[in-house]
Write a protein of this length. Structure first.
Length: 139
C-alpha cells in the first residue's frame, strides 16, 4: 500500500507479501528499498498497531515502483529468470521518450521472448513531478 499526501512530496509505504518496492531517483539510482514486513493482505488480519510502514520524503523526479513477483520470476525461452538484479538493472538504464515504465515493459517483453508466461507481470509506477517550492497552500 502506498499512501501519498496531496502534494506528492511525502509517502507512507506498507509492503505486505510483495517483492521489495523501490524508490528510484530521476537518474535511475535506487535511493531506498521497502521490504515486505507482513504476509500478503487477506492472509491475516492486522491491527493498526501491527502495521510497520516506511515514511519517506519525495523529491521531484523520484519514482516509486511496486511490482509482483511475476516480474522477477519472468522466464525467457532458456528457462532463465529475470531476477531482482535483472529487473533493477532494467530500471537503472531505462530511458524512453514514452517514460521509464514503457521502456522496462518493452525490455521485459524482449527478455521473455516467446516463452509462455508463468505468472502475472504487474508493475505500478508512481512519479513525483512537483517540488516543495511549487506548492502553495491556501488557508
Amino acid at each position: 500500500v502506498v499512501d501519498l499526501d496531496a502534494t506528492r512530496t511525502f509517502a507512507r509505504i506498507w509492503n505486505a507479501g510483495l517483492p521489495e518496492a523501490l524508490l528510484i531517483s530521476q537518474t535511475g539510482e535506487i535511493k531506498q528499498r521497502f521490504k515486505s514486513n507482513h504476509l500478503p493482505l487477506g492472509i491475516m488480519e492486522y491491527g493498526i498497531d501491527e502495521i510497520q510502514s516506511d515514511d519517506i520524503r519525495l523529491e521531484c523526479g523520484d519514482t516509486i515502483y511496486v511490482y509482483s513477483d511475476g516480474v522477477t520470476e519472468a522466464e525467457n525461452e532458456k528457462g532463465e529468470m529475470l531476477g531482482e538484479d535483472g529487473f533493477e538493472a532494467l530500471l537503472s538504464v531505462a530511458t524512453d521518450e514514452n517514460g521509464r515504465l514503457m521502456d522496462v515493459r518493452n525490455k521485459i517483453a524482449s527478455f521473455v521472448g516467446k516463452a509462455a508466461p508463468t505468472d502475472d507481470i504487474s508493475i505500478i509506477e508512481i512519479k513525483t513531478l512537483v517540488t516543495r517550492d511549487d506548492i502553495t497552500l491556501e488557508s
